[in-house]
Design a protein around this ligand. Structure first.
Ligand code: SAH
Length: 547
């Protein structure tokens, strides 16, 4: 939202929907529909607009104010739940401003109880937080054996933080952290109603003394995954085929069910399967007329490893999905400069493990092992996570090192694309990406691939062109291309694309000075059709020559 020209210019640099003018009216109209507002307006003016709209911090959107000069990004309200603190940091990173976060826990560098990844906080969160701000350390009691502690150190109390999935009576001075430790297995007949399932599910939890906030998902048989009775529970759904369910040993198999759906158990088997290795049933099957519920408790949290590409440089070229993956991680692992590249996404208590360059296998194994222990881990690389980076070694090792860990790969803008964008459109037609690092790939193989690219007239983006110890490879590669391309073929050397030290050199195959390339240079060599057009390097796609 902006009101002035200067404000509009700042807003234009942010990747959000932008409205100019009528700030007050727009905020009033959109208040309930929008997750958060970034307002290019003084805090005083903004307070006057939002004050009558505020309800409670669990529902209000976050509000961030940015001053006319773009020097400050102030998290005004909705710091945690509304996401304003994180948003202020992101806006500050994008504008080169300073984030102003006044939430007490953030200011003293303690993690906020209601922001701890992997837990939902209930109970006397405010009271315990106040005690922590006053310098007292609550005692942490984990009622779930084997469950990892939250990112806090336990102290003498008297306040307590209870980690449990059981129903707890509200007591002043006791905050409750709910882990996602339970999985509900649900089976139902085709005529079961959403209401039947909801009531039976709630009753089952109440009778067992377990809290709904700890139920991570429902598990069922494939044919019921879309059934309203299952969907209505409002939880993530995981479903399995009859054969998979039939293979699980359960306490109460049923011949009737087996004949009807091909597995002697749906609820118990699905709950156990979805809850993973070491899980056990805490509520065995409870059947009403048409709904069956069982509850399994996980032995540990489901580990998750996100292999994240951070893009070439600043946060404006990082995807929102990459931001989320890093912000939700308990542990961030990466080569030191990449950790710095994601510095603005860190939170107090997040563990950051720098690892030396070159030790990719060790780094991947370490990330998988951390995740297998039940943590949420982000393994960060620059550019794209799968291009000459960590994703492939993680996929290779995961089945051996950590078969139960959920691995996801979050893409990023790779160096070739970043570099290409800075010089024009040299990769506008078919092209190859080739790494010149012969540390793990024999030079003969690299050479063969360059020859193939040369012969097939592909534009080429060379990664890892040169380092202190590898000085001849780029010359050798260019010599191969020179056999097939004219000396006038455009070449670009782009170093540190989208970083503060960015350098772009336009040259040709005949005139390139290869010592200008370094560890962070991407070298783009055109094909036979690549040419310069008003200072831009471009490879035509043939639009203008096609009939
Ligand atoms: N996963 C990364 C590549 C890592 S290999 C990606 O997808 O971009 C390291 C090589 O990438 C460097 O030697 C350099 O050739 C290239 N590179 C990485 N970041 C770069 C940047 N900001 N500008 C230019 N080249 C870069």
């Amino acid at each position: 939202m902006s009101a002035t020209q200067a404000g509009a210019a700042l807003a234009a640099r942010l990747p959000f929907e932008h409205r100019h003018g009528s700030v007050g009216a727009t905020i009033r109209d959109e208040w309930r529909r929008v997750d958060a507002f970034v307002v290019m307006l003084a805090t005083g003016a903004t307070i006057r607009i939002v004050a009558p709209l505020l309800e409670d911090k669990g529902h209000d959107p976050g509000v961030v104010c940015v001053d006319e000069a773009g020097r400050w990004a102030v998290a005004l309200c909705g710091g945690h739940h509304g996401g304003a603190n994180a948003l202020a940091r992101r806006v500050a990173a994008l504008l080169g401003a300073q984030a102003v976060v006044t939430t007490a826990t953030d200011a003293v560098g303690a993690p906020a109880l209601d922001q701890l990844p992997g837990f939902a906080a209930t109970g006397d969160v405010a009271g315990v937080t106040r005690a922590m701000l006053d310098g007292r350390r609550p005692r942490i009691d984990i009622e779930l054996p084997g469950w990892p502690a939250p990112a806090l150190t336990s102290g003498p109390g008297p306040e307590r933080i209870l980690v449990t999935d059981a129903v707890v009576t509200a007591t002043p001075g006791v905050a409750v952290l709910r882990p996602p430790s339970l999985v509900a297995g649900v089976g139902c007949s085709s005529d079961a109603s959403a209401g039947d399932a909801g009531t039976w599910f709630a009753d089952t939890l109440t009778d067992a003394g377990l809290d709904r906030a700890s139920v991570a998902m429902v598990a069922t048989i494939d044919r019921r995954a879309g059934h309203p009775a299952v969907r209505h529970l409002g939880l993530p759904i995981r479903s399995y085929g009859a054969a998979e369910l039939a293979a699980v040993a359960v306490p109460h198999p049923s011949g009737v069910v087996a004949r009807a759906v091909g597995t002697p158990s749906v609820a118990e088997a699905a709950a156990l399967l979805a809850a993973g290795e070491g899980a056990r049933l805490v509520v065995t099957k409870r059947a009403s007329n048409n709904v069956t519920v069982a509850l399994a408790r996980r032995a540990r949290p489901p580990g998750r490893l996100s292999v994240v590409g951070l893009g070439p440089g600043g946060p404006e070229h990082r995807t929102p999905a990459a931001d989320v993956a890093v912000r939700h991680a308990d542990v961030v692992i990466g080569y030191g400069p990449y950790l710095e590249q994601a510095e603005d996404l860190s939170w107090p208590g997040q563990m950051r493990i720098p690892s030396p360059i070159g030790e990719e296998t060790e780094r991947a194994a370490q990330a998988l092992t951390e995740a297998a222990g039940g943590r949420r881990v982000a393994l960060v690389s620059s550019g794209d996570a799968g291009v000459f980076a960590m994703a492939s070694i993680v996929c290779e090792l995961a089945p051996e090192v950590a078969p139960d860990v959920d691995v996801d790969v979050v893409p990023g803008v790779t160096a070739a694309h970043a570099a290409a964008s800075l010089v024009g459109a040299p990769l506008g037609h078919d092209h190859a990406a080739i790494s010149l690092s012969d540390l793990r790939t024999p030079w003969e193989l690299i050479e063969r691939r360059i020859m193939a690219a040369a012969e097939s007239d592909l534009a080429v983006a060379f990664y890892n062109p040169r380092s202190r110890g590898r000085t001849w490879q780029l010359d050798a590669a260019l010599d191969i291309l020179r056999r097939h391309r004219k000396p006038g073929t455009p070449v670009a050397l782009v170093t540190d694309a989208y970083r503060s030290e960015q350098r772009v050199i336009h040259t040709t195959l005949g005139e390139i000075e290869t010592q200008c390339a370094g560890m962070t240079t991407c070298v783009i060599v055109g094909s036979s059709t690549t040419r310069m057009a008003a200072g831009r390097m471009m490879t035509p796609r043939g639009y203008r020559s096609c009939p």
